[in-house]
Design a protein around this ligand. Sequence first.
Ligand SMILES: Cc1cc2nc3c(=O)[nH]c(=O)nc-3n(C[C@H](O)[C@H](O)[C@H](O)COP(=O)(O)O)c2cc1C
Length: 164
Amino acid sequence: MPVTTGEFRRALGQFATGVTVITVTRESGLVHGMTANSFASVSLDPLQVLVCVDHRAQTHYLVQEQKLFGINILAENQEELARYFARPEQDPEDASQLGVRIRASDRGTPLLDGAVVQLDCQLARVVQSGDHSIFIADVHSIELHGGRPLVFHAGQYKRLPDEE
Ligand SMILES: Cc1cc2nc3c(=O)[nH]c(=O)nc-3n(C[C@H](O)[C@H](O)[C@H](O)COP(=O)(O)O)c2cc1C
């Protein structure tokens, strides 16, 4: 029997991940964000990571246009930001109420404050696959702030249990 999309989603949802927000500059100088958990490490030499982005996402167009983008690994207290950046419409007023703070890296890549890790990335290669593109990026710099990461599992945001 062929696998349905629902079965596929439920099965893949058992793979617990962290949660990232991709941050990229929009034409107007504003910053667009997209919640993504398809993030993975690719290569150590050169340092490369990947994220898979739906062809229909605004981020798909923006990353290919701008080339520079941030990957921010969310902290456990940033669940509301994960929800906000998974919405198709982003209202700057809502963002400011939620405490979204964006800061530019030394070369102008937008990065999200409060993330446990911020990666300043540059698009290196795009691989088309099905309805998503795999964006492979060189990592220009890393800010490792520490703290506990937000987790996504079985369609829900979760926190790591307290250590003994
Ligand atoms: C936890 C979570 C993880 C997600 N991961 C991805 C992802 O890896 N790739 C993707 O294209 N969309 C992903 N999405 C969906 C996008 O965040 C959402 O469709 C977004 O509105 C599309 O981006 P846009 O604002 O650039 O159009 C995820 C959503 C959630 C809630």
